[in-house]
Design a protein around this ligand. Structure first.
Ligand code: ATP
Length: 466
């Protein structure tokens, strides 16, 4: 199938400094239902607005049917948009709301009548032509907004959280209707939501975004079953996520227990393991690979959400079995219930250069480590200008609310629970991201200081050209 939209190395910054979209590449095929999914502020709307032509790209290119459209104005793109707020004209009746654009184009009355009638049928509101906007429910108003957007048969329909103002049941109904409508029309839908369930239900393809970057792109099943990293695993569905290591061929150890797995990575490699709660089997304590005590049981309608404390780690299970708080239980996890992801070894790697006073500027600040830590006994006579890379393990650091006392400060941008601690992403004012583990629960947006003991920094001398 052909690509209808392609973004090549697209970057966007609003203030000329911080990029809210960072070097994104994406492809959308003709007739696909594609969802841009991610937390608030990750850049979904910005991407949609650039495709629609309401926002320029700072660098990179956008192609439509293979033609570069960076400079094509919004009204000349075969693209229409449905917004979160219905944006209907309250003083016009439904016919006139839908016919508005067609009248501007001076189409003959009988053509307009036919188009309005057809599109009202499409959104299941036949005979509503004369009704006033105020007399419609939220769901009906949104259907009119959709009818207005599709009446001209655009090639692409952009939908920016179009269902978020609707109540739960209407939202569910509209999800199915929209999907159906998209199939019938054959129009490419690019849909924005922060609701992972909505994305899983509706899409052919989901593009998961965080902090202006694409984290993963794939079918709902690929994204759910094979998340590319811990952000995606945490954002899509419920999951237990643990740090661990490969401890043999198809053997992985996490929560101080070795399991068989299906992912083939080298022995000794550092990994993150994802286990969905529905893949945690609770059994008699003597039969379990892991053993623990039930610390909470929450009834969820069709199953119980059960949390089990296994040593230092918490394991969350979904089960229809009845267990009680305080029960001692065993846990088994089948190999296909464990998804192993390589640990991202690029986290907390920074490059710096030795200055005249022996200090190294790295990431946000200047540090003055004992040069012996870097060169051993062979400290060069004039180390100025030598490129150095520095690294610290996320588990070596700590967070504090006494930010003023720290050299490195920032705001928390991501939180992932890892069974016995939280893994935080912290972004400094200059835009550098740090990853730190901490036992304490902070909130997204908290302003924190990062404490890294100097002796925990690992240094490496870089070759000239780096
Ligand atoms: P939400 O789900 O909350 O709408 P989003 O993922 O759609 O979020 P965007 O609206 O694309 O995110 O915003 C991405 C980032 O760009 C945010 O940090 C936002 O503050 C910033 N931003 C968006 N529009 C502008 C603008 N016109 N000027 C400056 N910054 C902007």
């Amino acid at each position: 199938m052909e690509n209808i939209i392609e973004l090549r190395n697209v970057t966007k910054s609003y203030d000329g400094k911080t990029a809210v979209i960072e070097d994104i590449n994406l492809e959308i095929k003709k007739g696909e239902f594609v969802t841009l999914l991610g937390p608030s502020g990750c850049g979904k709307t910005t991407i949609l607005r650039m495709i629609g032509g309401f926002e320029s790209v700072t660098s990179g290119d956008i192609f439509l049917d293979g033609r570069r459209i960076n400079d094509v104005p919004a009204n000349e793109r075969p693209i229409n948009t449905v917004f979160q707020k219905y944006a209907l004209f309250p003083f016009l009746n439904i016919y006139d709301n839908i016919a508005f654009g067609l009248k501007l184009k001076k189409l003959p009355k009988d053509v307009i009548d036919k188009k309005v009638k057809d599109v009202l049928e499409m959104v299941d509101l036949e005979g509503f032509e004369k009704r006033k906007i105020q007399t419609l429910s939220g769901g009906q108003q949104q259907r009119i907004a959709i009818a207005r957007a599709i009446v001209n048969k655009p090639q692409i329909l952009l939908l920016d959280e179009p269902l978020s103002a609707l109540d739960y049941q209407m939202r569910k109904d509209m999800q199915l209707e929209l999907r159906q409508m998209q199939k019938e029309l054959g129009i490419t839908f690019i849909f924005v939501t922060h609701d992972q369930e909505e994305a899983l239900t509706m899409s052919d393809k989901i593009i998961v975004l965080s902090d202006g970057k694409i984290q993963q792109s794939g079918t709902p099943k690929e994204i759910y079953d094979e998340p590319a990293n811990s952000f995606v695993a945490d954002f899509i569905g419920e999951s237990n996520i643990y740090n661990g290591n490969m401890t043999g061929h198809l053997k992985v150890t996490f929560c101080d227990c070795e399991f068989e797995c299906l992912d083939d990575y080298p022995d000794g490699m550092r990994i993150e393991a994802v286990v969905r709660p529905e893949d945690v089997d609770i059994c008699r304590i003597e039969e379990g690979a892991l053993k623990g005590e039930v610390i909470s049981v929450i009834f969820k309608g069709t199953f119980y959400e059960i949390t089990i404390q296994c040593g230092k780690n918490e394991v969350v299970a979904k089960s229809t079995d009845v267990v009680n708080v305080g029960d001692k239980v065993g846990i088994n996890i089948e190999p296909d219930g464990i998804h192993v992801m390589p640990y991202d070894a690029t986290k907390n790697h920074f490059k710096g250069v030795i200055g005249a006073d022996g200090g190294i500027t790295f990431a946000d600040n200047v540090i003055h480590p004992d040069l012996k830590l870097i060169f051993g006994d062979n400290i060069p006579e004039n180390p100025e200008g030598i490129n150095i890379s520095a690294f610290f393990d996320p588990s070596c650091g700590d967070l504090t609310d006494d930010a003023e006392s720290c050299d490195i400060t920032g705001n928390i941008i991501s939180i992932i629970y890892k069974g016995d601690h939280y893994s935080y992403g912290v972004r400094s004012a200059s835009g550098t991201d740090y990853y730190i583990d901490d036992d304490y629960l902070w909130n997204t947006g908290d302003y924190v200081g990062i404490i890294i003991p100097e002796e925990k920094l690992e240094f490496d001398v870089q070759a000239e050209e780096e």
